[in-house]
Every structure is written in structure tokens, then in C-alpha cells.
Design a protein around this ligand. Structure first.
Ligand SMILES: C[C@H](CCC(=O)NCCS(=O)(=O)O)[C@H]1CC[C@H]2[C@@H]3[C@H](O)C[C@@H]4C[C@H](O)CC[C@]4(C)[C@H]3C[C@H](O)[C@]12C
Length: 324
């Protein structure tokens, strides 16, 4: 399971929880403008926007999980098993494999409007990266500083949804997730009057009772509701540290503690990392399951016009500020 979201204060932020039972050796990865992006079925991009994000680098190719480009356009891939469907090559379309999708969009587009134009020509093809790393059944959230969309390639074709809540989790498809919010329209940060009946006196015996019924389990439909409610009611200061601090708190509302979600005997899915990228400043912040200190990599401290990938291994050991 995974959750991605956007958040705005003075600046704009995009990030995700990566929930899984295993790691792919991912690292924060910077791709400069002149690193040649090759595509299996489409022309290469020798020059493109620079990207920062989390990726597994294999054979010098950045397999991005999520990333932000120098204009702020951001994208994350989340699991969409049993629903994702990728097609054979089609003449006259941009035939892009799912593992190439983030470089293709973020390499060329500045905004969601521009991304939508490329999406109208795209066919997501069933081409594996390698035998060891076959196709992943993903769907994607794409966001700029003012809007967000969800892209789902399913048997019926490529679906592009506007995403008014700026949240994505996993199954079922996005139109259901959005509709499901109707079932929670009574949930509130404040406590309502007694609407139950005037014939009985019902007391407010605890704070937080306006949220009774908000799901707390780890299923993706429940995480969608919880993350949307928590984000849409979020109150924070607008400095950089207040904003990113709040962003990580929003992600924590749907994080997975090891032990609570068994995926096969003795194997548990947990929040391997949480990320928060400042879309305006190109700073990629993250925490890991083992290390709750926030680490940051700033794309503007790199040579944007470079030719080579730069990777920053995850700082994974707990950092404790010992006081005495
Ligand atoms: C599994 C990850 C998504 C996490 C998630 O949504 N978990 C929920 C699981 S579930 O619904 O509850 O079953 C996805 C996100 C990005 C994916 C990776 C990226 O797409 C990059 C490459 C792509 C290659 O085809 C496969 C390996 C891979 C390295 C992918 C492995 C895996 O599918 C990742 C890591």
C-alpha cells in the first residue's frame, strides 16, 4: 500500500509513503538536463528538464518511484494490482513503458496542462525493463503547483481523472475512491449538535467525536478517506519547516507500522520511506522507517546542466539528539 499527496502553504509540496515488504535499493536520485533519456519504443530525449526523486538505478537507468522536475511538476507511481493493464505497441502513438513514464512526462512538461497534452498521445506498453524487473501494475498521480490528476491504464484504455483532493492510494480505481468520500460527509473536526434524537440526551464526553467513523485501518480505500480528511482540514504555519513538518504528520496519519499488515507468512508491509518535495525549490526531503530524522537533497546544489546521474544513499540509521 502506498499513499501520495499534495499540500500547499506559501510553497507547494508533493510526496508519498512507500509501503512495501522489500526494498529495491532505492536512493535519492538527481537526473540533470543532459543525461540522455532512452526509450524502448520512442525517440530519446538528449535534453530535458532536470529531475529529483526516489529511484532504483539499474544499468545507469533511473527507475523512478516518484520525482519532481525543476519546474515543480511531480509524479508518483502507486500499486494498482489486478486493474492496471498495459497494451501492445500501436502505430502513431507515443509507446511508453510504465518504467519510462515518469522520465517521459517530467522530462518534457512544465504543468499538468502540458502533461495532459502528452497523455492524449500516449500508449502505455507492456514492455518489461528486464526479466528480473518486469512490469509493475501501477497507477500515477501527477501534480503541479495548482492541480492534480490521476492516470490509470486499464483494459478499456487510458483514463485521466482530475483529482480535486490531491490524494492517491491503491485499489480500487480512482473514480470509486472519490465517490466513496460521499459516505463520510458527516465527519468533521468539530462536534455536531445532537442530530440523533431530541428524545435522548447525548453528551460530548470526548474531544474528537466529530471524527467518529473515520476509518483507521490500512486498506487503501480507508487510507484514501483518512488522508483526504486529514489533509483537507490541515492547519499549519507556512514557513518551510512548519510546512514540511506538517506534511510528514499528514503522511503519518496513514503510515504502516511493521506487524500490522501481513502480506505472506512472517512478511509485513511497512512504510519504507516517506517523502516530501518542495515543488518550488526542488528540495527532496525524506524519512525512512529506521530513521525519523528528516534528510534533504536540494537539486539546485547540483549542476542542472550535467550529464551524469547523482545518487544519495538513504540515511537509514536512527539519528538521536542526545541532550545530556
Ligand atoms: C510497489 C511500489 C508501490 C508501493 C505500493 O503501492 N504498495 C502497495 C502494495 S498493495 O497495493 O497494497 O499490494 C512500486 C512503486 C514504484 C515501483 C518501481 C518503479 O516503477 C520502478 C521499477 C519498474 C520495474 O518495472 C519494476 C521494478 C521497479 C523498481 C518498481 C517496483 C515496484 O513496483 C515499485 C517500487
Amino acid at each position: 500500500m502506498c499513499t501520495s499527496l499534495t499540500y500547499s502553504t506559501k510553497d507547494h509540496y508533493f510526496g508519498r509513503n512507500l509501503d512495501l515488504e522489500l526494498s529495491y535499493g532505492e536512493a535519492v536520485t538527481f537526473t540533470p538536463r543532459n543525461f540522455p533519456f532512452e526509450f524502448r519504443k520512442a525517440a530519446s530525449l538528449p535534453n530535458h528538464y532536470a529531475l529529483i526523486g526516489m529511484a532504483a538505478v539499474v544499468d545507469n537507468y533511473p527507475l523512478y518511484f516518484d520525482a519532481t522536475n525543476e519546474k515543480g511538476l511531480s509524479m508518483a507511481g502507486l500499486n494498482f494490482p489486478e486493474n492496471a493493464y498495459f497494451f501492445p505497441e500501436v502505430d502513431g502513438k507515443d509507446n511508453i513503458s510504465p518504467f519510462e513514464f515518469i522520465p517521459w512526462i517530467l522530462g518534457q512538461c512544465e504543468t499538468v496542462i502540458e502533461a495532459k497534452k502528452l497523455l492524449s498521445k500516449i500508449n502505455l506498453v507492456n514492455v518489461n525493463f528486464s526479466e528480473q524487473l518486469p512490469l509493475s501494475p501501477l497507477h500515477w498521480m501527477i501534480a503541479d503547483q495548482s492541480q492534480s490528476i490521476v492516470v490509470e491504464s486499464v483494459k478499456e484504455g487510458l483514463k485521466v481523472y482530475d483529482n480535486p483532493v490531491g490524494v492517491l492510494t491503491n485499489n480500487p480505481p480512482f473514480d470509486y475512491q472519490l465517490f466513496n468520500l460521499n459516505n463520510y460527509r458527516h465527519i468533521s473536526p468539530t462536534v455536531s449538535d445532537n442530530n440523533f434524537s431530541q428524545q435522548v440526551e447525548l453528551t460530548v464526553y470526548s474531544r474528537g467525536m466529530g471524527g467518529l467513523g473515520l476509518p483507521g485501518d490500512l486498506s487503501s480505500a480507508s487510507r484514501f478517506v483518512k488522508a483526504a480528511f486529514t489533509k483537507l482540514n490541515s492547519v499549519s504555519g507556512d514557513s518551510e519547516f512548519e510546512s514540511i513538518g506538517q506534511f510528514f504528520h499528514l503522511l503519518k496519519s496513514v503510515e504502516q507500522q511493521r506487524g500490522a499488515c501481513e502480506v505472506e507468512e512472517g512478511k509485513f508491509e511497512f512504510t519504507i520511506y516517506s517523502s516530501c518535495c518542495n515543488m518550488d525549490k526542488g528540495i527532496y526531503y525524506y524519512t525512512t522507517y529506521e530513521n525519523s530524522q528528516i534528510s534533504a537533497v536540494n537539486m539546485h546544489h547540483e549542476d542542472l546542466d550535467g550529464l551524469e546521474l547523482t545518487t544519495y544513499l538513504l540515511v537509514n540509521s536512527q539519528q538521536v539528539n542526545s541532550i545530556n
